[in-house]
Design a protein around this ligand. Sequence first.
Ligand SMILES: [Zn+2]
Length: 471
Amino acid sequence: MILYNSLGQTKQEFIPHTAGKVNMYTCGPTVYHYAHIGNLRTYIMEDVLEKYLRFSGYDVNRVMNITDVGHLSSDADTGEDKMVAGAKREHKTVLEIAEFYTDAFFADCKKLNIKRPDVVEPATNCIDDFINMISVLLEKGFAYIAGGNVYFDTSKLDSYYVFGNMNEEDLAVGVRDSVEEDENKKNKADFVLWFTKSKFDSQELKWNSPWGVGYPGWHIECSCISCKHNGEYLDIHCGGIDNAFPHHTNEIAQSEAFLGHKWCGYWFHVLHLNDARGKMSKSKGDFLTVSLLESKSYDPLVYRMFCLQSHYRKPLTFSYDSLDNTAKTYDKLIKRISVLSKDGVPDKEKAQPFINSFKEALDNDLNTSLGLTCVYDVLKADIDDATKLYVISEFDKVLSLDLTKGETSQKNCCDDEISAEVEELIKKRTEARANKDWATADAIRDKLKEMNVVIVDTKDGIKWHFEKHQT
Ligand SMILES: [Zn+2]
């Protein structure tokens, strides 16, 4: 397989450290809010990569952290702590916030057919491991204590700007949110490994350490959790491109200083999802979540297909118009596949050339849009239905679009009679609730559930849609 490697910025033949085995690491979510669909684009493309590696016969071990402590909103060593800010916003404890949004994240992943990584490790489970790694960095002279905090000393490295295109200007961008310069730092690029002098009086989660009561910096999490579960040699590290600097740069600095050798062979970075205003973020424009798409009657898998239609290394622009186009394409495709006859035995010899074309597409730096084209080539081909269904279900091990389920995303929404009945029931339920007639309201709720109707309260009133997988 040929993969673009951000380290070296070229396409390279993928060769894992141990033949046949792939150790893979993914920066997980900071669980202070729902993930927006821009974040989820990264997880979808990483999921395709993981599944394709498995499809190619590799034994994959994929590890993901959950950031449930100390992620500063500027991504430099300043700004507001995202977890603390989330807890304040919702009048909950940090741990309650973490648990709620961890569950919400995996619920979204499930809807998008994103497989759960083999290991999911919350940062708060690994405090002793962080302390151990920081102690080793101090012993080896790669870290220093100043003003109560432990810092990584970037001047001790042979090279710090590992992704090639970084220079002093980029570094300035990385720390631009810093209003006050941290005077403890020996070098501008140094970063905190352990805080005891917190700027946040409200910091809830603190632990004892050899350097005083405090909490870990963000970057140490990923180095440590990867080494813990993937061992000393990591094959592929994944993440959004916005994490390349300073987060991934700092991960490499720490890990290689700790291990004393090269750590990770390949860096897989997914580009941004933009909207009309530019890069999507939680703080500006519509906060686009999977639930919001569902409330507008989109099947989450339509969004997955939307992502697969473009290459992971190109920025992708989201609009409802383009999502509508994908929804139509998806429905047509599912319909075409649903009429294929399930009778007969697939001819695996005839199937092979199609599987080879699919592999050729994905082997070329994960060209998913060409992979989708392969599905159409199969449908057009002069082979029997059973063989077509076999090939398409093989592709779907990687694409994960439920291609052979035989259901379109709009199945029931087109049925006006049922829709009218649902609207009527929702109206009656709202009335019953207003009259505090809970028995009737609950009975209607159960009836709607039987009909596979999902009700969503939005700021524009109650919206509903049919649950995706009906039986
Ligand atoms: Zn990370």
